[in-house]
Design a protein around this ligand. Structure first.
Ligand SMILES: Cc1ncc(COP(=O)(O)O)c(C=O)c1O
Length: 404
């Protein structure tokens, strides 16, 4: 148990006042290779053994009686899982469908909308590249224009972010794509104020919440967005292949899956519940992932991870003699630290450094080029301890000392 844990008051459900174990005490519940120092939960998550066992059991049931499962069991099971997932985010299962991942969910929305010349799609310079490419593709196909709001990094405060986005909105903004937690810069965006600014110009809103479920508390209907896409395999620790799309009631009819199949025209949930024969076990195991989250304290786990991420940034920045890019009021379980490097701050250099850090120093942490600097992103997951970040600092310092 790390020194971090003693500073956090945690009341797990049904277990009196004993805090649930975190860090090394739960690492054995994951398959993670002990030869690697993994502080990159944000990229692909990691599913615990109990959740993978639940997924195996769903797959076993399917393969035991394929026709019966696909025709008699699957839809009800998916709707049950959707209901539980939605309830964990203050929503109704009728408004939530599973998709393979956040990219698929964003594609469903973007490629369904009736855009044309004169329409603008707002993104930011922090938008995840796959979603930016999808917006570019849709703009190319429809004649719409992609407008990029440039958000200063590190931002002074939430108002600086809102001002940057509001300044790029126009009466022609048809759709705004807003990240809830940004990937390169680990910012938790001031979503409510951003959505209000979008509404002021009558723009529809797609929130890319790939990093949000299990990372920050969510009340999807209260946000006032049209569509919200999330990943369950990251911070909810579900298996890969479990993402979701939530849509407000009025925004459901406009959206169809990126893959049209048997139930086209029958409504939001039937269309998405069947997009051709596929392995649904990851989505069905989301209920086991929600159980695991609950066992680890639910909101208390989120709070613990956010605190640990801040402590990690302070520690690593101190050891490298730089600063964190993360303002605590705009952060959750990920933080960034500037690398003390002169020379070009290019994405190629960032990728090369992260590759060497992984291969030569067995340390898994992404590095990004942003705003003229190179940034190390630190994730704090249930299985991480503060000691992990002391070791990260040692290995990154060694990397920076060694010639490329
Ligand atoms: C903000 C954001 N959006 C979308 C994605 C894409 O997620 P996926 O590859 O699971 O579709 C990511 C992945 O990290 C992300 O960080």
């Amino acid at each position: 148990m790390s020194s971090t844990d003693s500073t956090i008051s945690v009341k797990p459900r049904g277990e009196g006042n004993a805090p649930p174990p975190y860090g090394r005490a739960v690492r054995g519940e994951f398959l993670l290779d002990p030869d690697f120092l993994i502080v990159n939960h944000g990229s692909f998550g990691a599913a615990p053994r109990s959740v993978l066992a639940a997924q195996d059991e769903w797959r076993r049931q399917l393969e035991t009686s394929p026709t019966r499962f696909m025709n008699r069991v699957l839809t009800d099971a998916l709707r049950h899982a959707a209901g539980r997932l939605a309830a964990s985010m203050g929503a109704s299962g009728d408004d939530l469908v599973f998709v393979d991942n956040a990219t698929t969910g964003c594609n469903a929305v973007l490629r369904s909308l009736d855009l044309g010349p004169g329409d603008e799609i707002l993104v930011t310079d922090h938008t995840y590249p796959a979603i930016r490419r999808t917006a570019d593709y849709v703009a190319y196909r429809t004649g719409a224009r992609v407008v990029v709001a440039e958000i200063p990094y590190p931002p002074r405060d939430a108002a600086a972010i809102v001002a940057a986005v509001a300044g790029a909105l126009t009466p022609r903004t048809s759709l705004a794509i807003l990240d809830h937690v940004t990937s390169p810069t680990a910012l938790v965006m001031p979503l409510e104020a951003l959505i209000a600014a979008c509404r002021a110009v009558a723009a529809t809103v797609l929130v890319d919440g790939a990093h949000a479920p299990g990372n920050i508390p969510l009340d999807l209907p209260a946000l006032g967005t049209d569509w919200y896409v999330g990943n369950c395999h990251k911070w909810l620790m579900a298996p890969k292949g479990a993402g979701f799309l939530w849509a407000s009631k009025p925004a459901q009819a406009a959206v169809h899956p990126a893959t049209i199949s048997l139930h086209y025209g029958e409504g939001f949930t039937p269309e998405f519940d069947w997009t051709g024969t596929r392995d649904p076990s990851a989505c069905l195991a989301v209920t086991a992932a929600l159980d695991f989250q609950d066992r680890l304290g639910g909101p208390a786990l989120m709070q613990r991870n956010a605190t640990l991420a801040q402590q990690a940034a302070t520690l690593v920045a101190g050891r490298l003699g730089t600063e964190s890019g993360t303002e605590p009021s705009l952060a959750a379980a990920m933080t960034t630290v500037r690398l003390p490097l002169a020379g070009p701050a290019t994405q190629e250099r960032a990728l090369a450094l992260a590759g060497r850090l992984l291969d030569d120093y067995r340390c898994d942490a992404p590095i990004t080029a942003f705003a003229g600097a190179l940034w190390l992103r630190l994730s704090a997951a249930a299985y991480n301890d503060i000691d992990d970040y002391a070791e990260v600092a040692t290995r990154v310092a060694a990397l920076l000392r060694s010639p490329a």
